[in-house]
Design a protein around this ligand. Structure first.
Ligand SMILES: C[S@@+](CC[C@H](N)C(=O)[O-])C[C@H]1O[C@@H](n2cnc3c(N)ncnc32)[C@H](O)[C@@H]1O
Length: 327
């Protein structure tokens, strides 16, 4: 397990790969279409795709900065890579990219996509509105390029772009996305929602939710979303109340190192009532052993879903027409 997204995101969810894979296996969803209505850096979606645990990923983010970044990576890969190669990682470049971000509604997609990438990699914690690593005078312990390994980042972009026919991009409000596109995905689909945190959200992301937005989202998911889903949140009473009727699981990370202790109890995960989780399987030991064996095997040899997948032109025919851009 390792980060595969070119974007840094506070609390990025790629560490959930194993957990989500076990849910997919246990619910006969392996090889499904997988959607993230709040995609951000989409680290989990990309991990699942590259491991062939899912056949297609649907990435939605309302933020024009994030959407533009993904669009550049998928549809103008070479141009984007060239821009990374020839842009020096200096305070002058940072100021230029900051200016573009400050005028994001008038910037072109290509300008904004690169500015998002540059600031995400050079700002503290990857937050677009935060200050530059090391400060403008560059007298901090870490310098502006501490998280900007060009070679490695370009490699991540190339790896993702090779799978562009399996990536579908949207720029919609998440509720709109789940009720239209989400509900129209093939029945064998899984939707993972990682909304802005209830408490910290306002500081971290460009689109901050208010209480009424969280309430509307909970209603849409619980009442109107008809595909299997999982939602992650900060573990606060307001959110537990909103999702009181959903199934919960608190610690899906299963990390062998201190990160799991740091996270313990801070996040909470809600699941579709029909999804079978690990705890339930513990009581059915024979089936449990079979599923665990399957999981172990899959972890060693990622399943060759290429054979099972429809050809790219079939994928496009199925998914275009519901608002998706398919590259
Ligand atoms: C918690 S982050 C997702 C992080 C992601 N799971 C990762 O691992 O990188 C939330 C994302 O939701 C997006 N967002 C905020 N409000 C939204 C809305 N109403 N509809 C769709 N996306 C939204 C933000 O732009 C942000 O990228």
């Amino acid at each position: 397990m390792y980060a595969v997204s070119p974007l840094r995101y506070p609390g990025a969810k790629w560490r959930l790969e194993k957990f989500i894979h076990s849910i997919l296996l246990r619910n006969n969803l392996e090889g499904c279409h997988y959607a993230e209505p709040f995609a951000g850096g989409a680290s989990l979606a990309i991990s699942l795709l590259l491991r062939n645990f899912v056949s297609d990923i649907h990435l939605n983010d309302l933020d024009r900065s994030i959407f533009s970044f993904w669009k550049c990576v998928l549809s103008n890969t070479e141009e984007f890579i060239e821009k990374i190669e020839c842009t020096p990682v200096t305070i002058d470049s940072w100021l230029q990219q900051k200016e573009i971000q400050n005028n994001k509604e008038t910037a072109t997609e290509a300008e904004l996509g690169f500015s998002t990438f540059f600031l995400n990699r050079t700002n503290r914690s990857g937050i677009l509105t935060a200050g530059v690593i090391g400060g403008k005078n560059q007298n901090g312990k870490w310098k502006i390029d501490a998280r900007y390994n060009k070679k490695n980042l370009i490699q991540r972009i190339i790896t993702i772009s090779k799978e562009k026919n399996r990536v579908h991009l949207y720029q919609k409000d998440a509720i709109d996305f789940i009720l239209t596109d989400g509900n129209q995905l093939p029945s064998k689909s899984f939707i993972y929602l990682d909304p802005p945190y209830y408490v910290k959200g306002q500081d971290l992301y460009l689109n901050a939710y208010q209480h009424s937005d969280h309430l509307q989202l909970a209603n849409a998911v619980l009442k109107d979303l008809n595909r299997p889903w999982m939602v992650s949140y900060d573990n606060v009473s307001e959110i537990r109340d909103l999702f009181a009727e959903a199934k919960t699981t608190e610690e899906p990370y299963q990390l062998p190192y201190s990160a799991s202790l740091e996270r313990k109890g801070k996040e909470i995960f809600f699941l579709s009532p029909k999804l079978i989780t690990e705890k339930e399987l513990i009581h059915t030991s024979t089936r449990n052993k079979r599923v665990l064996d399957q999981e172990r095997k899959a972890a060693q040899t990622p399943p060759d879903l290429v054979k099972k997948r429809p050809a790219p032109h079939q994928i496009q025919a199925r998914t275009l027409g519901n608002g998706a851009d398919t590259w």
